[in-house]
Structure formats: C-alpha cells, structure tokens
Ligand binder design. Structure first.
Ligand SMILES: [Zn+2]
Length: 239
C-alpha cells in the first residue's frame, strides 16, 4: 500500500488520484491529511477534501482517508506578523517551508514498515532547493522507526499547468483548494498560490498542446487548397 500526504490542493490531489485510479477494495490507497491552525487555508482545504473524496468514491477510487486534527491550546493560536497583520500563518514569523515539515514527519509515523510515502510537489515548488535535506530527514525518521519505505515525488517533472490540465480533464479541478489567504471562504486571487494557479489557467487557455497545433496547421493547409481550387486562373503567388 502507499500513503499520500494529501492537502486537498491541486498537486496532492492529482498525486492521490493517479495512485488510486488502480485501487480496489482489497488494495486501497491511504491518504493522510493534517489539520492545524498553521496550515494555510485549513478550513477551506478540509471542505475541499470532503468534496474530492465524494467525487473519487463515485468514480470507483478506493481511498482510506485519515485526518489528523491538531489544535493549539493555551492561546487562540493566532500569530501577529509584520505590520500588525493578524493571521493563522505568517511566513515572516514562522519561517518558510513550515507545511512540509508539519506534514512529512507526521505522515512518516503512519507508514507501515514497507510503505512508501508520496508527496505531490511539482516542478516550480521551493522544496527542490532543499530536496536533499528533506529526503535525508525522511530517511533518518525511517531509520529511527525501523521502517523500510522510501519517499516518492511523482509530480517532480510536471509543472502547475500540467496539473491543472489533467485535473480539468478529470473534472475535479473546481473541487480543489489553492489559496493561501482566503477571503470569506473565497480565493483572494492575489497570494502567491492564487497567482500561480491563475497563471496556470491562463497558460492552459493560451497555449494548446502540440498535437492540436498540428491539426490547426493541417486544417489551414486544407482551407488554402480549397481556396486555390475555387479561384481558377489566379496564378499562385499573385496578389
Ligand atoms: Zn489566494
């Protein structure tokens, strides 16, 4: 069995659905989610996961989902960042890559002895600057727990636009959550994650796959042939 770290965002959802496509009742895919005040868009991600799970169930995917609810006691868990801006998460105050650190070590404890852990990072993610440290950290945790599985990055070579295209083709894109600074339950359209998502949508709309372009060229050639045939006596190249 495999365990996927699953947030309900686009990338980890695609990683999960790619794996669970071949799942069965006897061989389900495990998905682990972490709900914590410092996870960005925690509430919105949780709602997205519920909707995606229902979608996947209806499509015949067999997913065993576990959700870890971590709560902070003793304060409201809020952090006041630079300029007095209050929020659940502030990268200035907490450091950069807090989410992977929160997810991976927790997921490692949920792995069976020979189970692999899947993380849905894509080509543009910051994690690749620290991949050696991250993979080594996983290996050290496995060693301490006497486990034999490895960490997998199945979307390492894929860009955001590839992920968006494939989720759109599946019909699940609109169920995923991506914003890091939601406004009343809606994406802000301005945070780095929204900008990347919107750029991906724009690229998808602007650039067609190579096969499509070839078809358009072929179509243009046919139209040109027809036009030539319809205008007898007009020598080629004259205007
Ligand atoms: Zn946003």
């Amino acid at each position: 069995m495999s365990l996927v770290c699953w947030s309900g965002g686009c990338d980890s959802t695609l990683a999960l659905l790619d794996l669970s496509r071949e799942s069965s009742e006897a061989h389900p895919v495990k998905a682990l989610s972490v709900s914590h005040p410092q996870v960005i868009g925690d509430e919105e991600h949780r709602k997205a996961r519920q909707a995606i799970l229902e979608w996947a169930r209806n499509k015949g995917h067999h997913i065993v989902h576990q959700e870890l609810h971590l709560r902070v006691h003793g304060s409201d868990g809020k952090i006041t960042g630079a300029g007095g801006k209050e929020g659940w998460f502030n990268a200035d105050q907490n450091g950069g890559l807090i989410q992977p650190i929160m997810w991976m070590p927790l997921a490692a404890t949920y792995l069976d002895v020979r189970e692999d852990l899947y993380m849905g990072y894509v080509r543009e993610d910051d994690i690749w600057h620290y991949e050696g440290n991250f993979t080594r950290m996983f290996g050290d945790l496995q060693f301490l727990m006497n486990k034999k599985g490895s960490i997998k990055y199945p979307l390492k070579g894929e860009s955001k636009v590839d992920v968006i295209r494939r989720l759109k083709e599946l019909g699940v894109l609109d169920l995923c959550w991506y914003c890091e600074d939601p406004k009343k339950g809606k994406p802000c359209d301005d945070c780095p994650s929204c900008r990347r998502h919107l750029t991906g949508l724009w690229q998808l709309d602007r650039f067609k796959p190579v096969e499509d372009e070839k078809d358009v060229e072929k179509e243009d050639d046919v139209k040109a042939e027809v036009r030539k045939a319809e205008t007898p006596g007009s020598p080629e190249g004259s205007s």
